[in-house]
Structure formats: C-alpha cells, structure tokens
Design a protein around this ligand. Structure first.
Ligand code: SF4
Length: 304
C-alpha cells in the first residue's frame, strides 16, 4: 500500500511505476530506455511495457534497481525468472563481457561487469550480493579475480570474494575502502593482469581511481567513474561536480587514454557506448579540446 501511495506522478498510467524512493541512479533507463526515463531528479515509467517480452525487459530493470523503487503487480511478474542476469553485452576474442545487474545502493547503483576470460572470469566492480546471480555466475565458471576500479564502487565485494574465494585488486590510494583486498596497484604505471587485461591508474575522480582495458585491438574500456558516454550530447564526458579528489589530475588521466583503441566504453555510471574504429580518439580529442578551451574551470559534463 505504501509503495502505491508513493507512486510518482510522472509515471505513465499502468501497472509498472517508480515510487518516491528512487535515488536517480539511472540504472533503469540505461538498461531499458524503451520504458524508463529520467524526469527531474528521479526516474519514471514513460511507456508501459506490453506483452511478455517487454514485461520481462522491464522486470530486469525492477531487479536491477538498487532501492526497489520500481513496482509491478506480482501477478504480472510471478512467472519471470530472477536469474536473468548477467546479460551479454558483447562477444570479444579476449573474453565475452556481461552486465551483472543487481546494482547496489552502496555504490549509488553503479554498473558492474563480468568478463568470461579464457583463464578465469573477472568481475569489474561489485554488484549487490545476490544468491540468484551468484548461482548463475557459478554455472558460468565462477569468479577468479575482482577488480575494484575505485573506492565508491566496492559495494558487496566481501560477499563476492568469500563466495568465490578470489583475489581483489584495488589501487593503494583507495585501499582503505576495501582493506581486505588481497592485491594493490601502486603508482601510475599500467599493470597487466594476465594476457589480455590491463589496469591503468587514472587518478582524479578519486586518488586511487583506475580503469581496466580488455584486449589489444578493439579494446573494451571499463572506466569506473573516470568518464562515460552522454547520449544527449553524443560525447565522452566526465564530471567536475562529481570529482572527489583533483579535477586537473583527472583531466591529465583522461589524456592517458587517448591512444587506446576502444570499441566499447563500459562505465560505472552514465551510458555505455560502442565506437567504430578511429571514433574513440576523435571523440576523446573533442572532449579534451573543450576542456583545454575552458580550463581550469571546465566541466566536461557541460560539453556541447
Ligand atoms: S534504477 Fe531505481 S533508483 Fe535508479 S533511477 Fe531507476 S527507479 Fe530510480
């Protein structure tokens, strides 16, 4: 009853709705833009799902929501499976990549990703603990390594590490956020983790922020909160407003990624994006030109 009472007026009429506990993390509309959208400082159901396939898609957003702000009548969702996550994002010669869902309030609904590596699976950042997700990942080979890109997105790392008896990597400068992590990246040098995954320290958003790069060609960039894609501006952006450590250092760290050959940008927050060959460098140069024009007060989230 409370949930219905708290239904936001911005929702379209119908059985699915967002209630007032929404924290505006963006997970729902990034996952299912056909039915969810941001409106003001929260999200809403802009179009009701129709038919089983669309209802199943909206149900994924319901499961993913970190604060259970998405509501739907039980009779509509009773037959749907809670083990739909992780869902495939892209195939890659160095390991197929999946979106984990089950976002955590502790990381403000940040995205986490699973790489099915040939020599063991890697979890990039932590979803909230979920028995159905753990069961599914176990069937997919478990988790060998957890990479924590920075202090904000560690969420339930302890549960995942315990369940899969795997090592966690975090940068030394953010290590107080996960002091149990077994491995630390130090300094600014890139660190290869196995044959196909490299960790690159990118201080700025936090002192110990780092990104992970999969592959040598057509690379996949797991960017944490260092940068992301903005669909409206059609640009790579970062945010000075959400920079917790040093904005000028963050801009320097953005430049460090210029020569990568990125085919997919998969961030912790903000939109993911696929790039055709050559587009990454062009897009990042455009963003950096904007930042240099307006430095030191530039906020490349305002980039147009
Ligand atoms: S996933 Fe939940 S908290 Fe996040 S924007 Fe959507 S309704 Fe709000």
């Amino acid at each position: 009853m409370t949930k219905i009472k708290n239904r936001l007026k911005s929702n379209s009429p119908g059985p699915f709705f967002v209630n007032s506990s929404c924290i505006d993390c963006g997970s729902c509309w990034q996952l299912d833009p056909e039915h969810f959208a941001q409106t003001g400082s929260s999200s809403c159901v802009h179009t009701q799902p129709k038919g089983q396939q669309e209802i199943a898609q909206a149900y994924l957003a319901l499961i993913d929501c970190p604060v259970a702000a998405i509501c739907a009548p039980k009779e509509l969702t009773a037959n749907l499976s809670a083990d739909a996550f992780p869902i495939m994002v892209t195939k890659h010669s160095a390991g197929d990549v999946y979106y984990c869902g089950w976002s955590s309030k502790r990381s403000f609904g940040a995205s986490s990703w699973l790489i099915l590596g040939k020599k063991g699976n890697v979890l990039i950042d932590s979803p909230r603990w979920s028995a159905p997700l753990a069961k599914k990942i176990k069937k997919m080979g478990g988790i060998n390594t957890i990479v924590l890109t920075h202090r904000d997105d560690v969420a339930d790392h302890a549960n995942w590490a315990k369940a899969f008896n795997c090592a966690r990597w975090i940068h030394q400068d953010d290590a107080d956020a996960a002091p149990e992590a077994e491995k630390q990246v130090k300094g600014l040098d890139a660190l290869p983790l196995g044959e196909h995954l490299t960790l690159i320290p990118t201080p700025g958003h936090t002192k110990g922020s780092m990104v992970a790069v999969l592959g040598d060609q057509q690379q996949i960039l797991f960017s944490g909160d260092h940068l992301w894609w903005n669909k409206e501006r059609e640009a790579i952006v970062a945010s000075k407003d959400y920079c917790w450590w040093d904005w000028s250092e963050q801009l320097k760290s953005v430049k460090r990624l210029l020569d990568l050959k990125i085919s997919w940008l998969l961030p912790g927050h903000g939109s993911a994006h696929q790039f055709m060959p050559g587009q990454w460098k062009e897009a990042l140069e455009k963003t950096l030109r904007h930042a240099e024009r307006t430095s030191p007060n530039s906020n490349i989230e305002d980039f147009t």
